[in-house]
Design a binder for this molecule. Structure first.
Ligand code: ARG
Length: 454
């Protein structure tokens, strides 16, 4: 490789920053209009620039645009094509700006558009979950701690746990969006410009809340991308946990849910298998998303103000991470819609493992006035007894229980079934079917108000 070839290869970003094209063109149009308005360029030139940029947008959309690596990046590719199309007026577009504030603006527009799309996608996933939760608000399944059966819960309650998590994810993206929504354009290379620009006008045209207040900061921070990637990593972690549960539930050992072959694959040599590939891949995406957060953090660490070319390394991994999260969200949404719970398998698993032991302890406290610690101890002995006889708790005889604690009466049987256990969990946020139904409906209403259909 010649030095020129090496330089082109290491310096060019067009291979990935072409994804900024629509934003680059939009921002340039707003900039040119403002320059014209302010009399910095002629109205006629501003018009020519706008028309040329529109043509370029069309060429890119139709796949006709020829991206050239020799022109380094999207900004120079667009400007060079503009020169072909409209001649000298093209050279006036770059007045009172630099590629530094230009790329900071484009990247913000890109991340902002992604946040808006991701928010809608997350809301759709919440809706799918809330609808499933409403349909299965009373379906009994084991709740786990340490992945050991702990207490029965309802399937609806379990699904609504994810609706809450996704709600916070959306909140994090909304917060990031607020701080992101300031316009860098007009900061020029690093120090501002001597031209009488109107940054407020450009900000309005590009739907930013205001122009950034410090030109050095504006061209050289990427915290908006980092914040979005941090929120994306957390959201991806949530999806990963849910995906892992689907993988577990799909095993014959659990058998809690069935997924159709729309989201599973068969094995080429084992015909009985149904592999949850989509869930596994959604589970894995958090890897590259969290890596992108780390990657960008390390790129930015220790960079002196203002712009440095290091920052060109901000885009590729961010684009990849954000696209990956979007795909994981829609994959999970598809699987939630597709998923059919197996009520018998869930009920059977919920009945095993002495999962209503806490209900016995609570009964002893409520009916006999026992301190909880003591009730816990007595219950432990009852469970040991059942275990030694190979019985479930509701199969134990009353005399057998009375041998452990004489004051136990037959109405204890009312709390021994998983159904009565979940029904009793009426505390706010608890798993009682009536709670779950109410919560699911409240979420559906809230999401409908936000314009989510299904
Ligand atoms: N392609 C560059 C980037 O992504 C654009 C900014 C170039 N600025 C400069 N001073 N060389 O960062």
């Amino acid at each position: 490789m010649s030095p020129a070839e090496i330089m082109e290869e290491i310096n060019a970003s067009i291979g990935f920053d072409k994804a900024l094209a629509p934003h680059d063109i939009r921002a340039s149009k707003a900039h040119a209009a403002m320059l014209g308005q302010q009399g910095i360029i002629s109205k006629d030139d501003a018009k020519k620039i706008a028309a040329g940029l529109d043509r370029i947008a069309g060429e890119i959309e139709r796949g006709e645009f020829v991206f050239q690596r020799a022109l380094e990046d999207i900004h120079m590719n667009v400007e060079s094509r503009l020169k072909d199309l409209i001649g000298d007026a093209a050279a006036r577009l770059h007045t009172a700006r630099s590629r530094n504030d230009q790329v900071a603006t484009d990247f913000r527009l890109y991340v902002r558009a992604w946040i808006d799309e991701a928010d809608a996608a997350l809301a759709a996933l919440q809706m799918a979950l809330a609808r499933k939760a409403e349909a299965h608000s009373a379906l009994i399944m084991p709740g786990f701690t340490h992945l050991q059966p702990a207490q029965p819960v309802t399937f609806g309650h379990h699904l609504l746990a994810y609706v809450e998590m996704l709600g916070r994810d959306r909140g994090r993206f909304a917060d990031a969006r607020k701080r992101l929504n300031e316009l860098p354009l007009g900061s020029a290379a690093l120090a501002g410009t001597s031209f009488p620009i109107d940054r407020k006008r450009t900000a309005e045209a590009l739907e930013f809340d205001r122009p950034t207040a410090n030109s050095l900061d504006a061209v050289s921070d990427r915290d908006f991308a980092l914040e979005t990637l941090a929120a994306a990593s957390i959201a991806a972690m949530h999806l990963s946990r849910f995906a892992e549960e689907i993988v577990l539930w799909m095993t014959p050992q659990f058998g809690f849910v069935r997924l159709s072959d729309r989201f599973t694959t068969g094995s080429s040599i084992m015909p009985q298998k149904r592999n949850p590939d989509a869930a596994e891949l959604a589970r894995a995406k958090v890897g590259r998303i969290a890596a992108a957060f780390q990657g960008l953090l390390i790129v930015m660490k220790g960079l002196p103000l203002a712009y440095a070319k290091d920052m060109q390394e901000d885009k590729e991994q961010t684009f990849d991470a954000l696209a990956s999260l979007r795909l994981a969200i829609v994959a999970m949404t598809g699987m939630v819609g597709d998923m059919e719970p197996d009520a018998d398998a869930m009920r059977a698993a919920a009945g095993g493992g002495y999962s209503t032991a806490t209900d016995i302890a609570d009964w002893l406290v409520r009916k006999l006035g026992m301190p909880f610690r003591e009730a816990h101890h007595v219950t432990g002995r009852i469970v040991a007894l059942a275990e030694s006889q190979g019985l479930t708790l509701d199969q134990l005889s009353l005399p057998a229980m009375q041998a452990v604690e004489a004051r136990i009466s037959k109405d204890i049987f009312a709390v021994l079934s998983p159904e009565s256990s979940v029904r009793s969990r009426v505390s706010y946020g608890g798993t009682a079917p009536q709670n779950v139904r109410k919560m699911a409906r409240a979420w559906i209403k809230r999401l409908e108000k936000q314009g989510v259909s299904d």
